[in-house]
Design a protein around this ligand. Sequence first.
Ligand code: F6P
Length: 547
Amino acid sequence: MKKEVNKSKYWKKLASHYKKMRNVQMRDLFADDAKRADKFALQLDALYYDYSKNRINDKTMKYLIRLAEDCNLHEKIEAMFTGEKINITENRPVLHIALRNRGNTPIYVDGKNVMPQINEVLAKMRDFSDAVRFGKFKGHTGKKLTNIVNIGIGGSDLGPVMATEALRKYWAKDINCYFISNIDGTACAEVLNKINPETTLFIVASKTFTTIETITNAKTCRKWLVDALGEHAVAKHFVALSTNVEEVKKFGINPDNMFEFWDFVGGRYSMWSAIGLSIAIAIGMDNFEKMLDGAYAMDRHFRETDFAHNIPVIMALLGIWYNNFFNLKSYAVVPYDEYLKYLPSYLQQLDMESNGKYVSTNNEYVKYATGPVLFGGAGTNVQHSFFQLIHQGTTIIPCDFIIPAISHNEIGDHHEILLSNVLAQSEALMRGKTVKEAAEELTQAGKSKEEVNFLKKFKSFEGNRPSNTFVVKKIDPYTLGMLVAMYEHKVFVQGVIWNIDSFDQMGVELGKQLAKNILPELQGNAFGEVHDGSTENLIRYVKRLRK
Ligand code: F6P
């Protein structure tokens, strides 16, 4: 049984080191060390990671790295890459890395190399996406399929939504992608109102093929299609992405129109698999494979690089530093690229569904904080929403800024203004503005003594607020692959240190179970279950309004 991490030597050393570091000012650290920015920066291909604006020194990093070593991180990384069953509650290996194993080295699960089946599905995705894109696979009435509707939720939605939007500039000219995820009928209605059945391909994406939202939405779309084109049209307008061939057949989709993936791919890690079919149709399989190449480059970096120079490891350790020692319970991801606007939602599932756990792999309740709250949005919009709190709130929220040096839309000086904003944010968060500086500024602006005295505190910024900055050249498929794999591995490292199973998601089950009880009560008259007073009242009130 593994010793609890908070009892370990380097955890304790970090706890006492924190007491020395908590009041250290980053601006002093920069002033004292002209090389700090170079020292705390890493690069992989064109990705540059500046982590110098963190409340760290050499000792912090040394202790954090020792902590990772003591948690057997090396062995755990190898265990993942070699197909060990590290998802212990479901007794499964965790092999999203196999989906982009571009070196095609064998990876064995229960003695069987999984690479041939992965390559087979990739080849099938290439054939099918080409056939749709070039109009060889046509709709029932002979028209080209130009509306691609992905029906899925969670990991069967967020990856395709995020990646297609991120790579919108790479879309085939005549293709449009739509996504239906929410069970709210509005999600279906709004998409179906925009499209023509003759030119629509529905992709039903569900690992289990039992998720109520997806199956209900898929049935509604199927009925809509059959009403317009007849039952025979289904074969030309519906495909399935799943691990569950039986359920796919039951739904009425021919297994020939099914793209398979496997239990060793977690939902939130599945955009590299058949779940990425909508991405492949939108951007073409060559570009999809470039995305896999980018992820593969990050995988090799993660597996082969020593911890001190390992981007996901350093990111994870800084997260641990803030979460467990500074007691900061959230962090923000802010891409300064409109096309990455869905990245924070994607990362929210990746991080929070993976590490939002309070039972350790020792089958004990953990006695330390695990996964933080992740939120974010695209800059500069969020500067005008939640950034007030990030600058002057009573809690500190470390930020990740993601910057492409070149925009896909270089219009006038838009991109330089955007870049100046993100660089200014990280500078402002770090440096702050003292009360004295604020007073001087007010005086220079011609304010009276009383006004200066009144306003100087409001106008000051304590600063010393941490951020990471990631600079890439441009958001292209390769870069996106790198970035997403980087966050996946960051989440993995934190799960190892917290000694939790990052690959199950039992926490979403209870709500689903209770909804099954409530549904017949909403539809009928009787209460089958005994609920608490509040839930009963709410059920009655909603029913009254719906009469
Ligand atoms: O929210 C729980 C969850 O199981 C996610 O992990 C998953 O991505 C999502 O539901 C959808 O599941 P499926 O792909 O099986 O429909």
